[in-house]
Write a protein that binds this ligand. Structure first.
Ligand code: GLA
Length: 393
């Protein structure tokens, strides 16, 4: 629950303006239910927006400066709209700066300066897309206040582009897309090649999604992530012997892959590619079983997804594997897997509501004993994508 009154007071303390000019926007974090490391391979993903995220308060300034402050970090910055550049020392403010840079690339020059205060409820570095939510809320707020048209698919694309080109993280489209286009109680089936998407009501009845944060910082995530991407590209090159037009692994069916996997000589690269093609197939299977309200089968697909990320794609690690294994031991758990990039971060489990207390106690205990880290758990509802906030939220 965000206390808007308190945030407005903080805004006024930081910038000294009066309350009447302050506008408020919100973008959620996201959890991916299945379809991991498929987005940059042109495959499908199945994420959902969370009910918590980043709230942005902003008001216009008389000059052409942008001021950034956060309730989460002490670092503040004031920059000129013209000549925005990436600077390592600017830390988190590189995300909103990247959006201003991106808008300028698209011919959208801000007509005035802004004071901005960010308030994040997403644990930082937990793989729940705190950076995507900062990017998307900034783009949405600035476009709204500048009176420009709002297209949330385009906002996702521009935000991803800013993260790739300005911040220098080579992520796919999933996070920004989910944060920009999520709808309460729905997951998003997104084809990352065409960006066609479908909102799928996520009716889990007596079962709840429970996020487990390993609180293991995702060390080396960028370099390992880029290594996986490069391996997928290598696999495509080998498979082009059979499919000269192939540009992305997601363009192959499982049958086509199975018949031609031998063309990939490197065993590690072959395993990476197998994960991607099988994971895309699991997303398709998930749609069939969820359509039949068969949560049992969906849980099994979640488990298979994690096992493949552990054994074939190798992006889990001891913390995620321990937490997932402990989760699966608790009666009333239909499935459990890592979510996001991996290498630490969070798990997501489908847990019967009557088992949630036991789940949190048991998994917490086993995990803490095995790793020495204290985990955190969030029973999560699915929320809306980016929007302007008029009332207390
Ligand atoms: C991170 C990236 C996404 C996606 C996932 C893995 O969250 O930002 O684009 O690749 O990892 O599915």
């Amino acid at each position: 629950m965000v206390n808007l009154t308190a945030l407005k007071t903080q805004f006024i303390q930081a910038y000294g303006s009066d309350e009447s000019g302050i506008q408020v926007f919100h973008a959620p974090g996201r959890v991916n239910l299945i379809g991991e490391h498929t987005d940059y391979n042109g495959g499908s993903v199945f994420p959902a927006a969370l009910t918590f995220g980043t709230t942005l308060l902003l008001s216009a300034r008389a000059d052409r400066k942008l001021a950034f402050a956060s309730t989460n970090f002490p670092l503040t910055r004031e920059v000129d709209i013209e000549g925005i550049a990436f600077n390592e020392a600017d830390d988190w403010t590189n995300y909103p700066k990247g959006i201003v840079w991106e808008l300028a690339q698209r011919g959208i020059e801000l007509s005035q300066g802004y004071n901005m205060l960010y308030h994040g409820e997403i644990p930082n570095g937990a793989g729940l897309s705190s950076s995507a939510s900062i990017e998307v809320v900034t783009a949405f707020a600035l476009l709204t206040l500048e009176g420009k048209s709002i297209d949330t698919v385009q906002i996702a694309q521009w935000s991803q582009h800013a993260e790739n080109q300005f911040v220098g993280v080579n992520c796919g489209i999933m996070d920004q897309f989910a944060v920009a286009n999520g709808v309460k109680d729905h997951a998003i089936l997104l084809d990352c090649d065409t960006l066609k998407y479908e909102l799928v009501p996520f009716q889990s009845g007596e079962y709840k999604l429970v996020i487990g944060n390993t609180n293991k910082r995702r060390g080396l995530v960028d370099s390992k992530y880029n290594e996986r991407r490069a391996q997928c590209e290598q696999a495509v090159q080998h498979l082009q012997q059979a499919f000269p037009e192939l540009t992305l692994l997601g363009q192959l069916t499982l049958e086509q892959f199975n018949a031609n996997a031998y063309l990939i000589q490197d065993e590690t690269v072959r395993r990476r590619a197998r994960h991607v093609v099988e994971e895309i197939d699991r997303v398709a299977q998930s749609m069939v079983v969820l359509n039949n309200n068969d949560l049992d089968s969906f849980g099994k697909l979640m488990n298979a997804s994690h096992d493949s990320l552990r054994d074939l794609y190798e992006v889990t690690g001891i913390e995620l594997d321990t937490m997932v294994a402990a989760a699966r031991q608790v009666p009333g758990v239909l499935g459990s897997r890592m979510t996001g990039a991996g290498f630490g971060g969070c798990t997501v489990s489908l847990v019967h509501e009557a088992s949630i207390e036991r789940f949190i106690a048991n998994v917490g205990n086993v995990y803490e004993k095995a790793t020495g880290l204290v985990p955190a758990f969030y029973v999560c509802d699915i929320g809306d994508g980016v929007h302007q906030v008029k009332e207390e939220v």
